[in-house]
Design a protein around this ligand. Structure first.
Ligand SMILES: Cc1ncc(COP(=O)(O)O)c(C=O)c1O
Length: 397
């Protein structure tokens, strides 16, 4: 049979209702928020959860230990749903960088081993690996082509590079917005054998669906502060179960060993790691922030990641059509499968001047690597994004 498989039917997002319920300030016209790639606005339901927990901190006698830990258990469960994994494979972290460090420090790498990546990665997925060079590990970044990862070169290297042990990439690039084909890269790592596939997912998770097992991901790190609409201080690592059981934590948290839930026997030290990914957690975690995370991620799951993806893809389709019509150069690939929520455009004239003009007109965005980066989310409106792109076509003084 030929032909394409129709995308799953999704419930369209009612932007006006969503704004009224979760971001009423967006109805005031104060600004059009197109900056999720920097920081996602947390929804009102998360604000309420944070406020409630902060009130409890004021009267800590009202906080029970089971309640505290139920917040973390729920966060693991929601994170697992986002990636298509299981809660016992999730370790909560305070940001993406910490998760990348778990991979860099816990994998048993030896002098001469190769860690392969691509150029133009965000520094969070560079420095933890670069730091290993002092121990004789080779860390190599393959050059980009037209600012985009060269996936063909990466696949060739995965097939043939001697002593390859780790491949690490961002799912979506912070500057170009380009999404790599995780399934293809993961399959190549699996076919080669003995290669751990590590993914920095912060610039796509929440706005694009994922099945870590289908993509043969081994370790995924993600912060909550952008597309997950969650507080700073929240994030997680997902790690394939067999790998969890084979790696010792580094650094070591005081609840990493089994039996440490029993606070009446704190001095019965014994170093046997938990079976699940909690062996990598370093307690105490910011409980109140994870209460906010549960609301931010809960909202996305309630809308449906497929629905969020379809909504944002539709916005970018419309914005790309305007950009093309006005002769603007896109840094982000136009093909829907190669983008998530970021649209990077080279404006007519000077990027800084164009950015100032856009900001003065009320569009919150940012400039990265010489391009204006627009990053709408579930609450964004296509017409607003198209108007922003139109402004980029008019030369700025
Ligand atoms: C690809 C990527 N990774 C990581 C981060 C941030 O890392 P962290 O969550 O540790 O602040 C960013 C942006 O800030 C990013 O774009």
């Amino acid at each position: 049979m030929t032909g394409t498989i129709p995308p799953p039917a999704v419930k369209p997002i009612d932007v006006a209702a969503l704004r009224a319920a979760e971001w009423p300030w967006m109805l005031t016209g104060e600004t059009t928020y197109l900056n999720n790639a920097s920081l996602g606005p947390i929804p009102l339901r998360a604000v309420r959860a944070l406020d409630a927990f902060t009130r409890l901190r004021h009267e800590p006698q009202r906080i029970t230990v089971p309640y505290q830990f139920s917040v973390l258990a729920k966060a693991r469960e929601l994170a697992a749903r986002l990636v298509g994994g299981s809660p016992d494979e999730v370790a909560l972290m305070v940001n993406t960088t910490y998760g990348v460090n778990v991979a860099a420090r816990c994998l048993p790498l030896r002098p001469g081993d190769l860690v392969l990546s691509v150029d133009r990665e965000f520094p969070a997925n560079v420095y933890p690996w670069m730091a290993l060079e002092a121990g004789g590990i080779e860390y190599r970044r393959l050059p980009c082509v037209d600012e985009l990862p060269d996936e063909a070169a990466l696949l060739d290297a995965i097939a043939g590079a001697p002593r390859l042990r780790v491949v690490t990439v961002s799912w979506a690039s912070f500057s170009s917005g380009a999404v790599v084909d995780l399934a293809r890269i993961g399959a190549a790592c699996r076919a080669r054998g003995g290669v751990t596939f590590v993914v920095d997912a912060i610039q796509a998770l929440g706005v694009a669906p994922l099945d870590v097992n289908a993509c043969h991901v081994d370790i995924l790190a993600c912060g909550g502060q952008k597309w997950l609409l969650s507080p700073w201080g929240t994030g997680f690592v997902w790690m394939r179960r067999e790998l969890v059981r084979s790696l010792a934590p580094n650094p070591v948290g005081w609840m990493a060993p089994t039996g440490t839930d029993d606070f009446t026997r704190m001095l019965d030290y014994h170093l046997g790691w938990r079976d699940d990914a909690r062996r990598f957690e370093v307690i105490s975690l910011p409980f109140q922030d994870f209460a906010g995370f549960n609301e931010g991620v809960g909202l996305l799951l309630e809308l449906g990641i497929d629905a969020v993806h379809a909504h944002v893809a539709g916005i970018l389709d419309a914005a790309i059509a305007v950009a093309r019509d006005r002769g603007l150069r896109l840094v982000t690939p136009a093909e829907p499968s190669r983008r998530a929520g970021i649209l990077a455009i080279v404006p007519a004239g000077d990027a800084r001047a164009a950015s100032r003009k856009l900001l003065a007109a009320g569009y919150t965005h940012t400039v990265r690597e010489g391009a204006v980066r627009l990053s709408p989310h579930c609450f964004s409106d296509p017409a607003e994004v198209c108007r922003a792109v139109e402004m980029l076509a008019a030369p700025s003084s």
